[in-house]
Design a protein around this ligand. Structure first.
Ligand SMILES: Cc1ncc(COP(=O)(O)O)c(C=O)c1O
Length: 403
């Protein structure tokens, strides 16, 4: 009877959406920690280092100055100028402040971009494994995510097979997602690969949703953005933000870059969803981009050390096939042989590590669709000491299970 109340009649598409497993495991880890266990977390996708003080001070100053009201939906001019300066100086993007829509985190920018172009029945190509939001937003809109499995080998890492992408394209394919540097694999696509994907979009009259939220987290070479391709404005919906680079996940600040007449149209959707990003957070965003970058460079150097530590530690665990990632702060080893030997699927294995050894990792299945089902994701946004302790516990767990 009570099931029949209107409150229970949620749009079925909502019930079918998958949550983000990262958030689920963070909750479980918190519960274990509250019981007094020392939990080591390789789960969270956020830097463990706090937002630098000068950014926090700027937000406080803005609040003291009563910067507390609505702003223009596309963001305050000073922030849009700072963003274009960043994109132009680094990537020669030739962007204009009117090409920018400031959003409440990169996720809102992704939603805005996908929702503004994708209609029911359309298809979006997504190299897999993948950050889950692209496919879930597509499904929410009645569109179809088409996952294209990336090739993997331990020595060369992950690769998109352009032929496979091309074969999957039909008249309903409207968009291809390029997340670079890549979550969850840590892959940084080569400039050749980026240009090939861009050309594929041009040849097939498709859009590219380019998510470069990890653009500052590269460890081998300087990152080159898709915005360096002079014709990007006719094909690219560009997403970036402050969450990772400035360790500002909780501030909710991101942006979408698209050519300005399109930005003007997309702002109509933005105003109906979130009105604007928080005003004092936008002021702090200017400080983040234009202020002192030393704490950021230090953080990235620290992440490089952590990457190397985790790589060395995991490489010593029997059955872990580890490729050393070039960017972001994730590692995605393949553990198919372990799973076969112990007859567990990856989700059970991850639960086992959490329940019995209090180590949080994420199953590769959290990065849809199926390509991740023999992989496990590590975030190394945690101290070197914890990385060593966590890896030690996992090694012990694996050795016990394989006995
Ligand atoms: C690839 C990718 N894009 C977007 C986001 C979302 O960023 P934000 O917290 O700014 O919404 C994340 C967060 O983990 C991510 O990994």
């Amino acid at each position: 009877m009570s099931q029949n109340k209107p409150i229970n009649h949620i749009n079925p598409v909502i019930s079918e959406l998958k949550g983000e497993k990262g958030f689920l495991y963070i909750e479980r880890a918190k519960q274990l920690a509250s019981k007094g266990y020392k939990v080591i977390s390789f789960g969270v996708g956020q830097p463990d280092i706090p937002t630098p003080d000068h950014i926090i001070d700027k937000a406080k100053e803005a609040l003291d100055n009563k910067v507390t009201g609505y702003t223009e939906t596309n963001g305050i001019k000073g922030l849009r100028e700072a963003i274009t300066e960043y994109l132009n100086n680094r990537y020669n993007a030739q962007a204009d402040p009117d090409d920018i829509i400031v959003t409440t985190g990169a996720k809102t920018a992704l939603f805005l971009a996908i929702a503004s172009y994708i209609k029911p029945g359309d298809k979006i190509l997504i190299p897999e494994p993948s950050y889950p939001a692209y496919g879930e937003v597509a499904r929410f809109l009645g569109a179809q995510p088409i996952y294209i499995k990336m090739d993997f080998d331990q020595y060369n890492g992950f690769r998109i097979d352009i032929d496979k992408l091309e074969e999957a394209i039909d008249s309903r394919t409207k968009m291809i997602v390029l997340n670079n540097p890549h979550n969850p694999t840590g892959k940084v696509f080569t400039w050749e690969e980026v240009k090939e994907i861009f050309q594929l979009a041009v040849d097939n009259n498709m859009l590219i949703l380019a998510d470069e939220i990890y653009d500052n987290f590269t460890y081998e070479k300087t990152f080159k953005s898709i915005l360096s391709i002079p014709e990007w404005k006719d094909y690219v919906l560009y997403v970036n933000g402050f969450s990772k680079t400035f360790s500002m996940t909780g501030w909710r600040l991101g942006y979408l870059a698209v050519k300005k007449d399109i930005a003007r149209s997309l702002t109509r959707l933005a105003v109906n969803i979130y009105s604007c990003a928080p005003s004092f957070v936008q002021v702090a965003g200017i400080e983040a981009l234009k202020g002192d970058w030393d704490p950021i460079y230090k953080m990235i150097e620290e992440f490089r050390v952590r990457r190397d530590t985790l790589y060395n530690e995991l490489s010593n665990i029997p059955g872990f096939k580890v490729w050393k990632p070039e960017g972001a702060f994730y590692m995605f080893p393949k553990i198919d042989e372990i799973l076969n030997s112990i007859e567990m699927d990856v989700e059970r294995f991850v639960e086992y590590l959490l329940d019995k050894h209090h180590v949080v990792t994420l199953p590769g299945t959290a990065f849809p669709d199926k390509a991740g089902d023999t992989f496990i994701r590590f975030s190394y946004a945690t101290s070197v000491e914890d990385i060593k302790e966590g890896a030690k516990r996992i090694k012990k767990a694996v050795e016990e299970l394989l006995k």
